[in-house]
Write a protein that binds this ligand. Structure first.
Ligand SMILES: *Cc1c(COP(=O)(O)O)cnc(C)c1O
Length: 365
């Protein structure tokens, strides 16, 4: 039996997450042999002309989508965003210097924890005392003069909060973990020194991590670093120092082309705002559901909400799954429910969840 669109359910998973159907169809169509190549993307050399072209197009499309200035390099690395938690301080935190970390969620906390193994870290603001239900305010940031960099997490995947604008950090290089909101809205790369994201939430399948780095930062990478953890080595070798994740890069390239076809980041942001607004409106409609993020910090990508009791929450998740709405169980750190509605998540799926929520409230309210 061949699979088809009709066998797909609504996938609210936080990551790996839903991909555009047209991208999956193209992968399926071309998997046995890339057009004109006669070999699968799973079989070709990373040094082949074919792959060189695929890599160059992915790079060019990422640059075009985000308006990346010419003095930035785009790197395609492995090890996930979690490896960046270590690579960032290993490369750009000099001995004796201090790195500032904004502790806005569980992933931000993990990033700081790894950096502390490498050098001096200052937590310049934390909303942990509020269960990470909000984004720290600008006035709360106790920035270090002359900091090596300031690290932030633009979207807190687990808690469902998101920076609405970038913090002001003066002259310090801004480093941003954008794993769960990269390319969900326009991004001002020029205000950053380094941006990184694991692909598996909003950009493609697992296996590749995108790093966008300003070229002057590459001078900080010491030759004594392990070669594979050295940004300068990957930049000099155009992400081909060793075998890169060929298939993942190919799939990310297809997703980038899809994004361009949707009209780019401003266009997809309008759709994302519409989807999130519909879901938050339902959460706020009566007191039956309770959003866990403070209103001014709500994420457009990960919508977290709870019910009156854990029993009711288990029932909700179980019945939703049976109704073809999968992946709604919240992270154990927050509990309740989390609907991840990334770029590729269809508006019709949000509509289906809203209808399910209304029906569930009618029966259990
Ligand atoms: C998922 C996630 C990570 C971890 O990503 P891996 O690729 O699994 O290492 C880090 N930061 C954020 C914000 C995430 O959402």
């Amino acid at each position: 039996m061949t699979t088809s669109i009709s066998t797909r359910i609504h996938n609210f998973a936080a990551g790996p997450a839903v991909l555009p159907v047209s991208v999956l169809e193209q992968i399926q169509r071309d998997l046995l042999a890339l057009p004109g190549v006669g070999m699968s993307i799973l079989e070709i050399s990373h040094r082949s002309k074919t792959f060189e072209a695929i890599l160059a197009k992915a790079d060019a499309d990422i640059r075009a989508l985000a308006g990346i200035p010419p003095n930035y390099k785009v790197l395609f690395l492995q090890g996930g965003a979690s490896t960046q938690f270590s690579m960032v301080p290993m490369n750009i935190l000099a001995p004796g210097a201090t790195a500032d970390y904004i502790d806005s969620g569980s992933w931000a906390e993990k990033a700081a924890k790894e950096a502390k193994k490498v050098g001096n870290v200052s937590i310049v603001a934390s909303t942990k005392g509020d269960n990470y239900a909000r984004i720290p305010r600008q006035s709360e940031l106790k920035l270090t003069r002359g900091a090596a960099y300031v690290h932030m997490t633009s979207n807190n995947t687990i808690e469902g909060t998101e920076f609405k604008e970038l913090p002001e950090v003066g002259d310090a290089p801004l480093v941003n973990d954008t794993s769960s909101d990269m390319f969900s809205r326009p991004i001002d790369i020029a205000k950053h020194a380094l941006v990184y994201a694991g692909a598996q939430k909003n950009m493609g399948p697992a296996g590749v991590t995108i790093v966008i780095i300003r070229e002057d930062l590459l001078q900080r990478s010491q030759k004594t670093l392990p070669t594979m953890l050295n940004y300068a080595v990957h930049a000099e070798n155009n992400s081909l120092y060793n075998t890169p994740p060929v298939f993942s890069i190919y799939a990310v390239g297809l997703v980038m082309q899809w994004l361009r076809d949707q009209g780019g980041l401003a266009a997809i942001a309008r759709v994302n705002e519409r989807k999130a607004a519909a879901l938050y409106a339902e959460i706020d409609r009566t007191g039956f559901y309770r959003g866990t993020a403070q209103k001014d910090s709500r994420s457009l990508m990960n919508v977290t909400f709870r019910l009156a009791t854990e029993e009711l929450e288990s029932k909700f998740v179980k019945e939703a799954t049976a109704a073809g709405l999968d992946g709604l169980k919240g992270h154990r750190a927050v509990g309740g429910m989390r609907a991840s509605i990334y770029n590729a998540f269809p508006e019709a799926g949000v509509g289906a969840l809203v209808s399910f929520m209304q029906e569930f409230e009618r029966k259990n309210g």
